[in-house]
Write a protein that binds this ligand. Structure first.
Ligand code: PLP
Length: 278
């Protein structure tokens, strides 16, 4: 398989990383994960806009324009003959001898690879169990940084408890999942944390909010306290890789369970209809 190193397609086995890449020393970089359905990258403009925003937020200039990035992704997808799967794309600040302070000369480095995945939306996977834990992350969760230690610690805690995902709370309010956004449904109204500095504004989250509104659902973007989980009718997660995943059980700081309900199922079906069909 091929990966992209800047604008070059390189065989993965022969690719080399530079030891002085700031991504390696500091996690000084940003990334995107874009789903590919039937060879077509899904919501690519939204992902590339968010990459551009993340880049601006860390005082970095992307090495390629939006159109150049689209062309590079197409080249990678074609080289790997990817039909259904994902593209992972990261940009680190560049290569310099290790020093917290970077210089103007640092040239960002792009790396991208593809990974095949089953087309899940065709048949939504079983409902997931989630683990409720503290949100120990920093205060710029809106930046899609490759620095993911807080998320990794939460995910491992969840896995140790036989849960597929961790959901997190900060000061008693639910923020999001370790690699997903959380929605609750009560009396057909959707509730999710607003897109502030405390969460990553997921592209799937945005697609689902638009879909829900177009289909007559009310969507409330407000922080809600942990105990609201116990009163919801339905709960689901959204992410590029999980798409829309119903939650059947919450464990950890609070225990409750849900039966995957009509609103989740309706949105899963509407989401499926957005995807390129064979
Ligand atoms: N929140 C976090 C912390 C994430 O890491 C992710 C995706 O990896 C998401 C939310 C969901 O974002 P998206 O729908 O753009 O994949």
């Amino acid at each position: 398989t091929y990966i992209l190193q800047n604008a070059d397609l390189v065989r993965k086995e022969t690719a080399h990383l530079h030891i002085d890449d700031r991504g390696y020393y500091f996690g000084d970089g940003i990334y995107e994960v874009i789903r590919v359905y039937e060879g077509v990258p899904f919501a690519k403009e939204a992902h590339l806009n968010r990459l551009e925003e993340s880049s601006a937020k860390i005082d970095m200039t992307l090495p390629y324009s939006g159109q150049e990035l689209i062309d590079l992704l197409d080249k990678l997808i074609a080289a790997n003959e990817l039909v259904n799967g994902l593209v992972y794309l990261q940009v680190t600040r560049g290569i310099e001898p290790r020093n917290h302070l970077y210089t103007k000369n640092c040239k960002p480095v792009l790396t991208a690879f593809t990974q095949p995945l089953p087309k899940k939306a065709a048949a939504p996977s079983a409902a997931v169990h989630v683990w409720l834990t503290d949100d120990i992350r920093w205060l710029r969760c809106d930046i899609k940084t490759i620095n993911l230690l807080g998320n990794i610690i939460a995910k491992k805690e969840a896995a140790d408890q036989q849960c597929q995902e961790a959901i997190m709370q900060r000061d008693g309010f639910i923020t999001e999942g370790s690699s997903s956004n959380l929605f609750l449904v009560k009396d057909k109204v959707l509730y999710t944390h607003p897109a502030t500095n405390l969460i990553l504004n997921g592209i799937t989250r945005q697609v689902v909010i638009d879909l829900a509104k177009q289909n007559g659902y009310e969507v409330v973007e407000e922080p809600f306290p942990v105990d609201v989980l116990e009163h919801a009718d339905e709960a689901f997660l959204t992410s590029t890789t999980m798409e829309i995943a119903a939650i059947s059980q919450i464990k950890g700081q609070l225990s409750t369970s849900y039966v995957p309900g009509p609103v989740t199922k309706d949105l899963q079906e509407k989401f499926r209809q957005l995807l390129p069909q064979k």
